[in-house]
Design a protein around this ligand. Structure first.
Ligand SMILES: Nc1ncnc2c1ncn2[C@@H]1O[C@H](COP(=O)(O)OP(=O)(O)OP(=O)(O)O)[C@@H](O)[C@H]1O
Length: 513
């Protein structure tokens, strides 16, 4: 009775503190997952298997886990206490029998709960696909094409098929758990009946008092109240433990080597970059995307990466910027004769990515992404905007961009200028422009190229471009084909070589007449 009373007090206390605990545990869980995510390599994060582990990890509820642990412990202690009382009155064989049946039940429940949980966990990637399709159907970026090409009903059908697949699995899960729970109820009813019969026959045979019979009947009915509650809690606890293991698996993923705080000085000198025998393969690909890349970029050199779509130019840019690590070979940085650890320079690399981030936040944040320390330095932000000609369309630093949040929207070219302004805010030893002018008008394109050339006077700089007239002015050109560098040299050298570059250049020139 004392234990039951304590259990009651525990229930009330739990109800009072549960709100705070829930909020804290949700925050802590999200926070620990995000903190871990920030330490993982880009390549690992892009791997769909990592996304699945993360989604599984996020299903854990720490408050439920705590709740279930407490519940199972209390119910288990209560059950043992009741069984001890029953044994004290001489019914130890019956008490042992009840205990053994319950332990067997718990084993069965554990097996079933793990199976059910595995079915739910396996649905995470198809749920991701369903969410993606819903996004395609409602997102502002995709809606025009989905409507124009009449894709809506096709996408809805695809979503329905995925949904049905998940539904079938859910159905299997429900049948499995209901069958087990029904069988358990039958076992409990039989066991309860058997207990009452044994008590009645034994006590009647010994001529014991009705009072003792009522007392033992009370104990047995308490036992059969506690057992289903314990079983249910244990089933939930087993599922939560599976989730906890998934969460732990995410936290145990191998982390990218972190910057050493002692030597993490941002270095802005122009540096030499030496790439040797570099190969790179994406986790999801069967073939190497880059093969046997060798090059040395001299300090202050301006180079262009050119070549057909998918030939690996952007991948090499990401490797140089330190976002990926070579599968084989290496990339080294030299300040004069002195080698500088890559992580000390890559932070200061100034990059305009091909698929840059469109931050649906104030203009200020869009630009300050390039150097977060300048977030409230209006004169630096405005200077960067001016350089990128991003100040010409009448926006103030605090103008909110992003129509879904009530802000203004920008054209593709205007967004691109913001991304360029972002790069101007950052000082580093290398500037990379990965097709920076794709969405710009010809005048803006020329201006961006001129700025690229000027920046190159102080820094090593790389431009990735399909517009070969730009490559005429750089110091060296690297022509990529199927992940390899097939030609390299100055514009004049490559024209004399009369190879692929010359063919490409002449084809482009003929388009302009
Ligand atoms: N995150 C990724 N995961 C798997 N494969 C990728 C990934 N990114 C690129 N690839 C593959 O690597 C190859 C090279 O792509 P990359 O973007 O480097 O080419 P690119 O020369 O820059 O092309 P483009 O001129 O079209 O921009 C392509 O076949 C592409 O499918």
């Amino acid at each position: 009775m004392l234990i039951l009373y304590l259990a009651g007090i525990n229930g009330s206390l739990r109800a009072i503190s549960v709100t705070n605990l829930t909020a804290t545990s949700i925050y802590e869980l999200e926070h620990s997952i995000l903190a871990k995510t920030s330490k993982l390599s880009t390549a690992l994060l892009e791997d769909p298997a990592t996304k699945t582990i993360r989604e599984k990890a996020k299903r854990l509820s720490l408050i439920d886990l705590l709740d279930q642990w407490t519940g199972v412990t209390i119910h288990f202690i209560t059950l043992i206490a009741l069984i001890v009382v029953l044994s004290c009155y001489g019914f130890y064989i019956l008490a042992m029998f009840i205990l053994v049946v319950q332990i067997l039940q718990l084993y069965l429940i554990r097996w079933m709960s793990r199976k059910v949980e595995a079915i739910s966990a396996n649905q995470t990637s198809s749920v991701r696909m369903i969410n993606y399709i819903v996004d395609l159907l409602v997102s502002r970026n995709t809606l025009p094409e989905v409507r124009m090409y009449g894709m809506s009903s096709y996408l809805v059908t695809t979503m329905k098929e995925l949904f049905n697949g998940n539904f079938k699995q859910m159905h299997r899960k429900v049948i499995l758990s209901e069958t087990l729970s029904f069988s358990q109820s039958i076992i409990m009813i039989l066991l309860n009946g058997l207990t009452i019969a044994i008590l009645a026959i034994t006590l009647g045979g010994r001529g014991q008092s009705a009072g003792l019979f009522v007392l033992l009947l009370q104990i047995s009915s308490q036992i059969f109240i506690v057992i289903p509650a314990l079983t249910r809690m244990y089933s939930d606890l087993t599922k939560s433990r599976v989730r906890f293991n998934e969460y732990s698996a995410y936290l145990e993923l191998e982390e990218q080597v972190q910057r050493d705080p002692e030597d993490s000085i941002r270095n802005t000198d122009a540096m030499q970059i030496t790439i040797q025998q570099l190969n790179y393969r994406y986790a999801t690909n069967a073939q190497d995307t880059l093969k046997n890349i060798n090059m040395t970029l001299k300090p202050g050199e301006r180079v262009a990466f050119v070549g057909e779509n998918g030939s690996g130019k952007s991948t090499l840019i990401k490797l140089i910027a330190g976002l990926y690590h070579p599968t084989a070979g290496n990339i080294q940085w030299f300040n004069g004769e002195q080698e500088v650890l890559a992580h000390n320079v890559t932070k200061g690399v100034r990059v305009v990515f091909q698929d840059f981030t469109k931050l649906h936040r104030p203009i200020r944040e869009n630009i300050a992404m390039g150097n977060i320390a300048a977030m409230y330095d209006d004169s630096r932000l405005l200077a960067a905007m001016r350089k990128a000609e991003a100040d010409s369309y009448g926006v103030a630093l605090d103008t909110l961009v992003g129509p879904q949040f009530g802000g203004i929207d920008l054209s593709g070219g205007q967004w691109q200028r913001l991304a360029i302004a972002r790069a101007y805010l950052n000082n580093g030893s290398l500037t990379i422009f990965d097709e920076p002018t794709a969405a710009l008008d010809p005048y803006a394109e020329q201006q961006v190229f001129e700025t690229f050339m000027k920046l190159g006077e102080q820094q090593t700089s790389i431009i990735v471009t399909h517009r070969l007239y730009m490559s005429k002015f750089v110091d060296r050109i690297f022509l990529f084909e199927h992940g390899e560098i097939v030609e390299s040299g100055t514009h004049e050298e490559l024209m004399k070589l009369d190879g692929k570059y010359r063919g490409m250049f002449n084809r482009q020139s003929s388009l302009y007449g």
